[in-house]
Design a protein around this ligand. Structure first.
Ligand code: SF4
Ligand code: MG
Length: 323
């Protein structure tokens, strides 16, 4: 398998002004040392509760947010060392689909302008007519009427708007698409249609996806591998089949036990987590999950478990599995 993306010890901290008397700066450690690879043609699901850093991870990879530390190698290129000009070129090859199709499309622009903007920036020699033809073709690809190029976002339903967002992401023939909760804002009845579309497009255009979701059931059928994040860290990463059948990390087990439909023949213990996710401004010492973990031992409060490969392609960070 060929790597398209390597994320190495990525950290994204956001400064927060300190107390009234001291000018200290605290940091929200939104992403705090995350490493993973993404292989060509696969879908990597990234799952966790809100605030776990999954969206920030996606945005940092895209350089929509500056990283604090770490490396991202995309198609052999060290993304953080690229000049603005080189990054603009690379940006064509990595695109993002956003969660909210209502706020991610400019309400004052026609569909042909929304989707065509990418051509204006990256293919300035294209004529207006050629742009419009391209936009119509893209609309057709995502299952919309190609005659809708002069319509405005408010003339579409939520599902249709997300299709416009998808068409926009496809405009420049990307290699990687980071989809940040692309169906979370949609009606359940529409969700599977959009997921099926994403699945089809992946095959038709040999796309690689990072699919971000807060719920393991959403990424179940789309993801080849799944990573679970908690408080800025990856806690488990494995092939989808393995993760759903034999989760190792207590947090993954808890998330899975909350999904109503279990795997056939797999008995899951129901794990109910106590409390809320602690603040990323002041994450717990040791294992960050220890304040909510039903299996917490004394070592968990002191020592941070390493993210280790415990069986081929199955990574987990937990003291229970370390030994
Ligand atoms: Fe629970 Fe300890 Fe494992 Fe953390 S390291 S998940 S607290 S058992
Ligand atoms: Mg998010």
């Amino acid at each position: 398998k060929e790597r398209l993306l390597e994320v190495k010890d990525l950290k994204t901290y956001f400064p927060v002004e300190g107390g009234i008397f001291k000018k200290t700066t605290n940091y929200v450690k939104a992403v705090d040392g995350v490493s993973f690879d993404v292989f060509k043609g696969e879908t990597l699901g990234l799952v966790g509760e809100s605030g776990c850093g999954k969206s920030t991870t996606g945005r940092t990879i895209m350089r929509l947010i500056e990283a604090t530390a770490g490396k991202v190698i995309f198609d052999g290129k060290d993304i953080f060392s690229l000049s603005k000009k080189e990054m603009l070129k690379t940006r064509r090859e990595m695109q993002m689909i956003f969660q909210d199709p209502f706020s991610s499309l400019n309400p004052r622009k026609m569909v042909k302008e929304i989707i065509g903007a990418a051509f204006e920036i990256h293919m300035p020699r294209m004529t207006k007519k050629e742009r419009e033809q391209e936009v119509a073709r893209l609309l057709e690809i995502v299952g919309l009427n190609p005659d809708y190029t002069t319509r405005y976002p408010h003339e579409f339903s939520g599902g249709q708007r997300q299709r416009i967002g998808i068409a926009r992401s496809l405009a420049l023939n990307p290699k990687l698409i980071i989809a940040d909760e692309p169906v979370s804002a949609l009606d359940v009845s529409i969700q599977s249609q959009v997921l099926n579309l994403l699945n089809k497009l992946q095959k038709d255009f040999s796309l690689t996806y990072i699919f971000i979701a807060h719920d393991l059931s959403v990424v179940r059928h789309l993801s080849d591998r799944v990573g679970v994040m908690y408080l800025g860290k990856l806690v488990e990463l494995a092939d989808g089949d393995k993760l759903y059948a034999q989760p190792l990390h207590p947090y993954t087990k808890a998330l899975l036990s909350a999904i109503p439909i279990p795997e056939v023949g797999v008995k899951r213990e129901r794990i109910i987590l106590k409390g809320d996710v602690p603040s990323p401004l002041n994450p717990p010492n040791g294992c960050r999950f220890h304040t909510r973990c039903p299996y917490c031992k004394s070592i968990c409060k002191e020592k941070e478990p390493l993210f280790k490969e415990v069986s081929p392609n199955h990574y987990v960070s937990c003291h229970l599995i370390d030994n």
